[in-house]
Ligand binder design. Structure first.
Ligand SMILES: [Zn+2]
Length: 317
């Protein structure tokens, strides 16, 4: 077995994982990022965390094949620079060369965190064994990654797979990117919560009010799914409309890429059949290749938060 270390650099925490070549996450640990510090200080912490996690797994440091890093920003793979990372206040930081100084002789791999997570899900999660996969993560926004013919497709500025920002309604809800009607303003977890609250305000009789202790500020994604499970009609309407929005975007992606697998991640994906069955029914109707023998398989992410660590560890050099 070959061993790798993956690092997931976040605005809040730096996580490191010891990962086997088969994608098994053997050990992991994390420390606070304390963002606002210099890139050099943060890189020193990343390097020492990488060594610690190898030690915890009792793998001698010289037996670690490579260290891979996922960063929350623009990761230029040609220059090894983090060109921009808003959460960390990084601007043109030579991440790879700094890591090479801290970890001499070690092969360093590098990508943005969304690509690393998509890659993890592809090599060790629900995309395992497929030739092409789209990862679509429904969170605060909608993020993702594109794997075509076994390789990450990164685009000219390393940020392809911004699935949150294609438009499903040109005159729709204003998006923070400056356009209107972007997919994530309808199909993210944030959008689901907003749609739930809007329906509650129109329907004081809805059971959803009981489920959030009559405090609308406490509504979460799960509040809606709880309402649906308890048979609340308003909750059912909100969910059904949300699934229509989601399906609209996903069918577009399926028609453009025809991936072998489309993997849905994020907390909402945990709703299981409540989400997937009606979603699949719309896709079966609207997919341009609906009558074809080979269809895109819709799956749910299986690695959750570990995908970023596993994917970073096993990034292509
Ligand atoms: Zn947008």
């Amino acid at each position: 077995m070959r061993y790798y270390v993956g690092i997931d650099l976040g605005g809040t925490n730096i996580a490191a994982g010891l990962v086997g070549e088969d994608g098994t996450l053997i050990k992991q640990m994390s420390v606070p990022t304390k963002s606002g510090r210099s890139a050099r200080e943060i890189v020193k912490d990343m390097a020492s965390l990488a060594k610690k996690v190898a030690e915890m797994g009792e793998i001698p440091w010289e037996n670690i094949e490579a260290v891979g890093v996922g960063v929350p920003g623009t990761a230029n793979r040609d220059t090894g620079m983090v060109e921009y990372a808003n959460n960390l206040g990084f601007y043109d930081e030579p991440m790879v060369s700094m890591l090479k100084e801290e970890l001499p002789g070690k092969s360093i791999r590098f990508d943005n965190d969304a690509n690393a997570a998509a890659w993890g899900e592809y090599v060790a999660g629900s995309g395992k064994g497929s030739k092409s996969m789209l990862a679509v993560t429904l969170g605060t926004g909608v993020g993702g990654g594109i794997i075509l013919d076994g390789k990450l497709f990164r685009g000219v500025n390393y940020a392809a797979g911004e699935f949150g920002h294609f438009v499903i309604d040109r005159n729709g809800i204003p998006c923070n990117c400056g356009r209107r009607g972007c997919f994530e303003t309808y199909a993210s977890a944030t959008a689901l919560v907003a749609q739930t609250k809007e329906a509650m305000e129109q329907h004081p009789e809805s059971l959803l009010w009981e489920l959030c202790g009559k405090n609308i500020d406490l509504v979460e994604g799960r509040t809606l799914f709880d309402g649906v499970r308890q048979g609340d009609e308003i909750a059912k309407q909100v969910l059904s409309q949300f699934i229509e929005y989601l399906a609209t975007g996903l069918v577009d992606l399926i028609n453009i890429f025809q991936p072998e697998v489309l993997c849905i991640g994020g907390g909402i994906s945990k709703a299981g059949d409540l989400l997937l069955k009606p979603l699949q029914a719309i896709i079966d109707k609207e997919d341009y290749a609906a009558t074809s023998r080979n269809r895109t398989k819709i799956t749910v992410a299986t690695l959750d938060n570990d995908a970023g660590l596993i994917g970073a560890a096993l990034l292509e050099s």
